[in-house]
Design a protein around this ligand. Structure first.
Ligand SMILES: [Zn+2]
Length: 303
């Protein structure tokens, strides 16, 4: 009995020490994995998400794309694919948690083309507000919206400005879309290059070369058709369709990977710079709070 008891005890000890060893090993592996956290919100476990938000100092990215026609040769999700490519390259240099695919923006001007998904303006604003609210509730107190879609150029500053309406315990930063910088490979097209043209085609040749159908790029015209003549400072919503009815602006057929590499490099650098600036910004939230407080009793406000 004693012997059997001793044996059982010894066996128990062995099992216990093996268990402790395994737990220690798992802990070490977990710690090792934490050194290389995925930046993607959807890939993190709940516990790793907490570590990720701490590691990014509460700075999170919301890359913003769209689903719309991109000439005859690029995929519908070009803006989403490119903005996520640039954002994920950027966070590899300066860690930040990246929100999943988001493409619920302003695109009424492409409703006449197949594959466009155009949510109502009310839903766009509500969904974006609830998304940033939820991000902030999860510790993302500095939210950098990285815009990848030209049609959002008015929506996003409006959204940013609208944050002053009610108190928020977080700051929204908007980084405007990629703009080609001078100094890179010489461009071959000379006309306007707004959408699915030389620049955007070149960028997609870097991010998703397998999705670019360069041989189809000249099958439609991306020329400015100048069908409305108004002074520059008069805005009308039909301007885009009037000028580019094929939802194509520029000439994608002359795009090269070299130009795309130049554009992407600059875009990624801009995003890295914006992440670092947001992390270092200890003023915006403080000043927002001062503003919200004063807004409650404007008659007491003194210069
Ligand atoms: Zn685009």
């Amino acid at each position: 009995m004693i012997r059997r008891g001793t044996l059982r005890f010894a066996r128990g000890l062995l099992v216990a020490s093996l268990l402790i060893g395994t737990i220690t090993l798992l802990g070490a592996m977990n710690a090792l994995a934490q050194g290389k956290l995925s930046p993607k919100w959807e890939e993190l476990t709940a516990a790793d998400f907490r570590t990720g938000v701490q590691q990014s100092k509460g700075t999170c990215l919301l890359p913003f794309g769209i689903l719309e026609k991109h000439g005859p040769h690029l995929p519908l999700g070009t803006d989403l694919l490119n903005v996520r490519y640039a954002s994920l390259q950027a966070v590899a240099q300066e860690y930040a948690v990246v929100f999943p695919e988001y493409y619920f923006g302003q695109i009424f001007e492409a409703k006449h083309e197949p594959g466009t998904v155009a949510y109502s303006l009310e839903l766009q604003l509500k969904l974006l507000q609830e998304t940033t609210d939820e991000m902030a509730r999860n510790g993302c107190k500095k939210i950098l919206i990285v815009n990848g879609h030209g049609g959002n150029e008015h929506l996003l500053p409006l959204f940013g400005q609208a944050q002053m309406d009610k108190p928020h315990d977080y700051v929204v930063y908007v980084l405007d879309g990629e703009r080609s910088k001078p100094g890179g490979p010489a461009k071959k097209s000379t006309g306007i290059d707004y959408h699915a043209g030389e620049n955007e085609t070149a960028n997609t040749m870097v991010s998703h070369p397998d999705l670019v159908h360069l041989d189809r790029a000249a099958s439609e015209s991306g020329a400015d058709q100048k069908r409305v003549n108004l002074p520059e400072d008069v805005y009308t919503g039909i301007w885009w369709y009037a000028r580019f009815p094929n939802h194509y602006s520029g000439d994608g057929s002359v795009a090269t990977k070299e130009l795309g590499e130049w554009n992407m490099k600059n875009w990624i650098e801009e995003i890295v710079e914006a992440i670092r600036a947001a992390k270092a910004d200890d003023q915006s939230l403080k000043i927002q709070n001062e503003f919200y407080e004063k807004s409650k009793h404007p008659l007491d406000t003194r210069p």
